[in-house]
Design a protein around this ligand. Structure first.
Ligand SMILES: C[S@@+](CC[C@H](N)C(=O)[O-])C[C@H]1O[C@@H](n2cnc3c(N)ncnc32)[C@H](O)[C@@H]1O
Length: 185
């Protein structure tokens, strides 16, 4: 199973029996994660991407599903708070570039950490943030390190879990899960 599938399973398990209000796909790309969040029953889903082609691909994907609680926003994820006036239950980040798109358009360490800090500040007590990181390409390595450094600034109210690929190499993708300690049973 790919780590992107693991992210879905972890979120599915986490929200079993929990309320599902607002979810954010911070990097829509081809819309797989946006569709997943909508199908999981979040009442409202916001999807962000800086590329028109990604917003269109996601829109196209959703058209075929009949899901209508999704708003797609052509904007960088570090302005997500401008579109939100409640807490957020789930935020998915799938960093890097659009597969089969322009590989020069990529998430950056600075924007990603800023967006992550905003997402954490908006997170509901039972909320979860998933982060799919790709240290195998140069800017992805810098970004992954910046995210790890940001984790170190968190106090003990937070829990970070790391999920590695089955045969992890230093360059393999890494999935992180971030949530508030208050939710630990
Ligand atoms: C790996 S893809 C996401 C895959 C996607 N979640 C899916 O399910 O298909 C990464 C996406 O992040 C987008 N991106 C890059 N910088 C961004 C930013 N600052 N804000 C929002 N999206 C960004 C890229 O345009 C690209 O579409």
């Amino acid at each position: 199973m790919a780590l992107t599938d693991d992210a879905h399973q972890i979120i599915r398990d986490h929200f079993q029996g929990k309320s599902r209000g607002l979810a954010i796909d911070a990097t829509c790309g081809n819309g797989f994660d946006t569709q997943f969040l909508a199908e999981l029953g979040f009442k409202r889903v916001l999807g962000f991407d800086i590329q028109e082609v990604a917003i269109s691909a996601t829109q196209e994907r959703l058209k075929q599903t009949g899901l209508n609680q999704v708003e797609l926003i052509l904007a960088s994820h570090q302005v997500m708070n401008k579109y939100i006036d409640t807490t957020v239950d789930c935020v998915m980040f799938n960093f890097g570039y659009l597969p089969s798109g322009d590989k020069a358009i990529v998430t950056t360490a600075e924007n990603s950490v800023a967006a992550l800090a905003i997402a954490a500040s908006l997170l509901s007590p039972h909320g979860m943030i998933s982060l799919m990181c790709y240290p195998g390409h140069p800017s992805g390595a810098v970004e992954t390190q910046a995210i790890r450094d940001w984790f170190k600034t968190l106090n003990n109210q937070w829990i970070v879990k790391t999920h590695l690929a089955v045969s992890p190499k230093p360059t393999a993708p890494i999935l992180y899960e971030l949530r508030r300690r208050v939710d630990v049973k």
